[in-house]
Structure formats: C-alpha cells, structure tokens
Design a binder for this molecule. Structure first.
Ligand code: ZN
Length: 492
C-alpha cells in the first residue's frame, strides 16, 4: 500500500496584530519531504502513525512537508499558498497512492482563506479522486466546516486538552483510513452543531467525565470514532463553535442520532463548562491563603490571557506588576517572550548584574515594560521544554531575578511559546517545586506537567490579549446564533 502523509498547521487569532508569515513556520517547525526526524511533534501524529503501521505491514510511506507555526495572527496568503502548493505538488508526484493522512490544526485562517483546511482537503480530494480515502487529525480547537467534512473520509480531533493524546489519535486515524482503503469499512460522518462558544479543558469537571463517557462509546456497535470540536474563540469565521463528530461504519442515521444526543448533553453542561476566572489580585490572595495552610508545593497560577498557544505575545506585564507592587516573595514567572532582553542577558553572562528593560513591548495589551536591576541566573542557547514526550523550542533563553523586588524570578525566551514543561524553569536554574507561587503563561496545557507538583492550580483571565469574555469579542462573521452571545441559540 502507498501512503501519503504531510502536516500543515497553525491556530489563527484573527484579532491578533502579529502577522504569521513563511518565516514563522520555518522557525517554529519545518521538515521537508522525508526530513522529519525521530522526535514526536504535536501535529505529526499521522506521519508518526503511518511510519509505525507501515513498518509492520510493509507499506510504502511517502512523507511530504511537515510544518507548523506557533499561533499568532492571520497567515499571509503567500505563506499559506506556498506550503499548500508544496504539499499538493508532492502528492501529485507521489500518485498513485492508496490513502492520504494529514496532520492539520483546523483553525488556520489566511488572507483570502477563512477555511484553509477545507481548501487544502478539497484540493487533495480533487487530486486523488473519490476512491482514495483521505483523513486528517485535527486539534479540537478547530473550526469544523462542511467543506472539511465533505472532502475527507475521516476527521479525528485530539480528545485531550492538554493535547497529550496526539499519538494515539494519529494511530486511530491511520487505522480507520487504512481499513477504508482495504474496503473493510465505509466511514460515514455525522456532525451535530452545539451552537455554543466554550473553553473546555479536559482535566477539569464536568468535561473530564464527558470525555470518558465518549471514549467508552467508541470501537463498538459500529461507532468508529467520536470527536469533540471545542472551537477556537478568537477566530472570527462563520463556523466557529462547539460540535460533535461521530464516525460510524456506514450507519449515518445512527451516527446522526448519537451526535445529537451527545451534543445536547454537552450543551446542557454549558454553564458548568464555562471557565471561572479569578482576577489577578483575587488569585494572589487565594494563593497566600493556601500557602498559609499545611501543604506541599507551589500554587500555580495560569495567566490565561497571555497564552502564546492561543496567539498571544506572551510578554504582558500585568501580573508581574501586581507581584512587584504587593512585594510577594518566592514567585517565578514564565515564559516571557523578549528576544532583545535575552540578548542582553547573554551579553551580561550568568551572574551578571545590570539594569534591564524587558517585556510589555508587543502592543497595548502587553502593558508597560518593566525596568529593574536584575541578576542573570542562567543562560541557555537553543533551550527547550518538554510536552507529552515532544520537544518544544524556547530559542536562546535566560532566567533573571529582580534584585529589588524580593527575587522575583522570570524566564525570558526568544522563540515564542507557552508554558508546557517543568523544564521551562528547571532547565534555566529555577526549581519550580521550590517556589511559593509559579505564574505560567498558558491556558491549560501546563496542567499536564505542573498540576502534579502544585499545591493548587488557579486560573485567571486577564487583563491581556486573550479575553475570556467572548461577549466582548467583536465577531463579524459568525453565521448562526451561538451561546453565550445569545441566551437561547436554538430558539429561532
Ligand atoms: Zn488546541
């Protein structure tokens, strides 16, 4: 069997001032045809799974381009068309193939393309024809469109958020598409639109139990796979929103009924699902209260409004301002994206003491820069952190302590990314478990590594570029009523 695989992914915050161009893909991650190494990567699940299954079954796996950019603003038309056409040309050269499996995100928006994945999948379909099965693994923070579902035989989202199951879901996709190619099954896709905007980390209830219930329904009674589309709140596109996708073995009506049942069940949980977010000072008060009680480990506070994984710059200063103003001891913050500050720290060297201006530079939502006398704790060129077995680049990085502000420790990075692994801090000479409070710039992915060492995890929602108050987001393109923008989206 000849199998073609490739990856093209990013999540687009259409309200972000940061442009996503060709260089952002090349610096985040780019591997040309056949150049993907042995290290797992979040959006390469299908490639990794195709290799694994291919070795066992003696397939010929043709690996196309694999690239993804750290989430930011709208992708340039030139960058999207460049990588899209590169992959399509590779597919044309690989023809004839027996199946195609792609690693996509599902919320990529480019100039002139609100639905990049629909565009790409439709073009793939046009090349391979009706009879060659096409599948894609998606991030649940995607905008599922009819063009996507019509163009693919199977679309499977990561179930977990933090996305720790990308390898398992990649294998699930490859197995379904391979069974389809061998004519053992005939996948039928059912979609139910839950008509709501949500944030649904799967580590917290009631989402955890819902995901577990969904998983228990898979692999029997003709149900091949169930995906929960969370949607991405800062993509202003017609199809934004929560959806349930059920793939059955040629049982569309049954799939429709199951998708609707699960979708209604999820909609009924809407108020409980919507995230509680404390204000910064309330979270710091709560942290002090928890630290006064018996317990072990730091209080971990998520600065969700400045999550690079959602397209934010990761250089806002609001939280650091509050810590400085309140004179709180034993605090570490990271990651703060400031390549210029990193360069100065590298020049000063480890142990160097100097006056540094850092952070608060990318825009009005970043706050004001901080001026402080700092000591460089550690410098690491080409630093990395770890997430679910995958490596994530921090670029050149430095850690500093603010000498006049109770030793507030900050991790500065030059490749923009969110807090994922404990090595974000430990790799830069800061023991997160030894701190009183650790403030991470991340929405939920940090939970996988930080929750086990935390006395408690607290969520805060701003200020910052990524608002959780979706009622204030100036959407212009959403094509149907959605909760909580309207009280009852099913009324009409
Ligand atoms: Zn995601």
């Amino acid at each position: 069997m000849r199998v073609f695989t490739a990856s093209l992914a990013t999540e687009t915050d259409t309200f972000s001032p940061m442009v996503t161009g060709e260089a952002d893909f090349r610096t985040s991650f780019y591997a040309g045809p056949g150049a993907f190494g042995d290290e797992p990567r979040l959006f390469a699940g299908p490639l990794i799974a195709a290799r694994k299954r291919g070795r066992a079954a003696n397939w010929e796996v043709i690996e196309g381009t694999c690239t993804f950019a750290q989430p930011a603003g709208t992708v340039t038309r030139a960058a999207y068309e460049l990588f899209r056409d590169e992959i399509l040309d590779q597919l044309r050269s690989a023809m004839p193939v027996d199946m195609v499996v792609l690693g996509l995100h599902g919320a990529m928006v480019a100039d002139g393309y609100d639905d990049c994945e629909g565009d790409l999948l439709a073009r793939v379909r046009a090349i391979v024809g009706r009879d060659v099965p096409v599948g894609a693994e998606l991030d649940p923070h995607c905008h599922l469109t009819e063009t996507m579902t019509k163009s693919a035989d199977a679309l499977i989202c990561f179930k977990e958020s933090p996305h720790t199951d990308y390898l398992e879901r990649g294998e699930e996709l490859v197995d379904i598409i391979a069974d389809c190619a061998r004519k053992k099954i005939k996948p039928a896709t059912s979609v139910y639109d839950c008509r709501m905007i949500q944030f649904m980390p799967t580590v917290d209830e009631p989402m955890r139990s819902f995901v577990d219930r969904v998983k228990a329904l898979e692999g029997k009674d003709g149900v091949l796979s169930i995906s929960i589309v969370h949607g991405y709140t800062l993509g202003d596109v017609a199809d934004l929103g929560v959806k349930i996708v059920v793939i059955t073995d040629d049982a569309k009506e049954k799939g429709d009924r199951l998708a609707e049942r699960l979708g209604r069940e999820l909609y009924a949980l809407k108020d409980a699902l919507f995230p509680e977010s404390a204000r910064m000072d309330d979270a710091l008060d709560e942290a002090e209260r928890l630290l006064a009680e018996p317990g072990k480990g730091p209080v971990v506070i998520a600065d969700r409004a400045d999550n690079a994984g959602g397209g934010a710059p990761s250089d806002s200063t609001y939280f650091m301002d509050r810590v400085i103003e309140r004179g709180i001891e034993g605090v570490a913050v990271g990651p703060v994206w400031d390549p210029i500050a990193v360069r100065q720290c590298l020049a000063a060297g480890e142990g160097g003491v100097f006056a540094l201006r850092f952070a608060g530079k990318m825009g009005p939502t970043s706050g004001r820069p901080i001026d402080a006398r700092v000591r460089v704790i550690r410098c690491v060129r080409g630093a990395t952190q770890t997430f679910a077995g995958a490596r994530d680049e921090l670029g050149d990085a430095a850690s500093i302590e603010l000498l006049d502000h109770k030793g507030l420790a900050v991790v500065l990075i030059s490749t923009r990314t969110q807090a994922l692994g404990l090595d974000l801090f430990s790799g830069l000479g800061i023991d997160p478990a030894g701190k009183r409070i650790v403030i991470v710039k991340s929405f939920t992915h940090f939970n996988a590594a930080f929750r086990p060492i935390a006395r408690a995890v607290l969520y805060t929602g701003g200020p910052g570029p990524l608002t959780l108050n979706v009622r204030d987001v100036p959407y212009t393109k959403i094509a149907r009523p959605l909760w909580p923008l309207v009280a009852d989206p099913f009324a009409a």
